[in-house]
Design a protein around this ligand. Structure first.
Ligand code: URA
Length: 475
């Protein structure tokens, strides 16, 4: 058995170097044991031996390092083993990650999703307290947070970009992250909970009391969006019991005042309530911005790395996506994966989503037949797409077909003539226009199917080339 002990800081980097060496030496997964520094060693473990010499080279698809990084941040039992097992299996099956039916791939995606969720929560619920000493020329802030997983190093860059104009420290039970004088650093140090309070606290309370809408009070949903464990670190949480208690009386008052409330303002209240959790996937499930939510099984959020440089936008979930709750898993998605793979576009390195998040259909017999979303539905759903774009911050978007082109550029016409070109999108980002894979599936004969498949292939190869140039330009 080869034991590898991983440090709390640089966990992924140490895992990566050891995993690469072990895989290159042909060490099977069942002969490796991975443990965190400080974890109780098993009786049968041997101390870390020198890594074996390489017998072959190890190549992985572009999406794997990101996935492995997320797995290495997971506290789930067996996450390191799973990452190593995937690494070993990838040498014989380079397309393995596209096979979502594979139990290892499915488990890895589920764990990675938990990591992304934990990161969302940290982005939404970190509250900084002003601790600027008198006379300091840069503001200084301090925060305490308890993540579920070891995400501090994954998320440090986000806080650096977001709060680059001040010095700050985020303390978690195991890691202290500092941004001081423009430099980000991490320190592995155990800390007890910090109890912080200052005037910023009042600001948060005022903000929360204003966005709280008693008419939409759903205590269970509220607690799942803002789980109780985060409350103790949120200044506004002290208001929640009181606001809940007053909700009934406030709703009655609101109902009386309802005729004087302009609908546009009501819409804004709703928007602000949705902004509250910062977790798009979860917020989306409560969406009632258009009637499509009613008949659909669930809203289907986008998925992929939250720092992806490329965002691929389809039309709307289909029958299978509606049931699975994940985009592009049905026939059109599988065809897209296949063509993207052949065109050298790493689809798992991209964030994949839809212009409309609910499945629109009519029922015929036992079948649910897809219907195109109309311009109103696309326009209502842009609110979610804009949030995804703001959160992921891609450098380029790909519009698959007319609905995506409409959502991203304001124009859904003449896709055949526009395909293969980059246009300026509504969000100010470049939008590459191409056809939708389902259009390939709908072609009436083999010749036209081949032609359209070829067009989509050529477009995705072009996108892949552009993204490679972006990667080189940005180092
Ligand atoms: N078609 C799309 O546009 N999106 C999906 O998620 C599935 C099919």
């Amino acid at each position: 058995m080869h034991t590898v002990t991983l440090p709390r800081l640089g966990t992924f980097e140490v895992w990566r170097d050891a995993a690469r060496a072990l895989a290159a030496a042909g060490t099977p997964p069942e002969q490796c044991s991975w443990q965190m520094e400080g974890a109780a060693a098993s009786l049968f473990d041997t101390p870390d031996a020198p890594l074996p010499p390489a017998k072959r080279s190890v190549n992985v698809p572009k999406a794997f390092p990101q996935l492995a990084k997320q797995l290495c941040a997971s506290r789930a039992a067996g996450a390191f083993d799973l990452a190593y097992r995937l690494l070993v299996r990838l040498s014989d099956a380079p397309r393995l990650l596209s096979n979502r039916a594979d139990p290892d791939v499915a488990q890895a995606e589920a764990l990675a999703k938990n990591i992304r969720r934990d990161m969302h929560k940290m982005k939404a619920f970190v509250r900084f307290r002003d601790v600027t000493p008198e006379g300091a020329n840069r503001r200084q802030f301090l925060s305490w947070f308890e993540p579920d997983h070891r995400i501090e190093q994954l998320i440090g860059g986000f806080f650096m970009r977001r709060f680059g104009d001040m010095d700050w420290v985020i303390v978690t039970p195991e890691i202290t992250t500092r941004f001081e004088g423009g430099k980000l650093s991490f320190e592995a140090v155990e800390s007890a909970r910090l109890d912080l309070s200052d005037e910023t606290e009042e600001l948060w309370k005022t903000y929360y009391a204003n966005i709280f809408n008693p008419a939409r009070l759903k205590i269970k949903a509220m607690q799942s969006e803002m789980p109780k464990k985060y409350w103790k670190n949120l200044p506004e949480a002290t208001l929640i019991p009181g606001l809940i208690a007053q909700a009934e009386a406030k709703v009655a008052a609101m109902q009386e005042a309802a005729p004087t409330l302009p609908p546009i303002r009501a819409g804004r209240v709703l928007d602000r309530l949705h902004t509250e959790s910062g977790d798009i996937d979860a917020d989306l499930q409560g969406c009632a911005r258009c009637p499509l939510a009613g008949p659909a099984t669930q809203a289907v959020p986008g998925e992929g790395p939250m720092d992806a440089r490329l965002m691929i936008v389809g039309e709307q979930p289909g029958d299978q996506e509606d049931l699975a709750g994940r985009p592009f898993v049905g026939p059109a998605g599988q065809l897209f994966d296949q063509i993207a793979g052949e065109a050298g576009l790493d689809r798992h390195a991209a964030y994949v989503t839809n212009a409309v998040k609910h499945f629109k259909y009519t029922v015929r017999g036992k079948r649910r037949i897809h219907q195109n979303p109309n311009a109103d539905e696309v326009s209502h759903c842009r609110w979610w797409l804009d949030r995804e774009i703001a959160q992921v911050q891609p450098v380029m978007l790909v519009a698959l077909g007319a609905t995506a082109a409409l959502a991203l550029t304001g124009n859904g016409k003449n896709i055949t003539a526009r395909r293969g070109r980059v246009e300026k999108g509504l969000a100010g980002l470049p939008v590459f226009i191409t056809v939708h894979p389902s259009a390939v599936l709908r072609q009436p004969d083999e010749t036209s199917r081949k032609a359209l498949r070829g067009a989509l292939h050529a477009d995705l190869a072009e996108v892949s080339k552009m993204m490679a140039q972006v990667a080189v330009a940005s180092g």
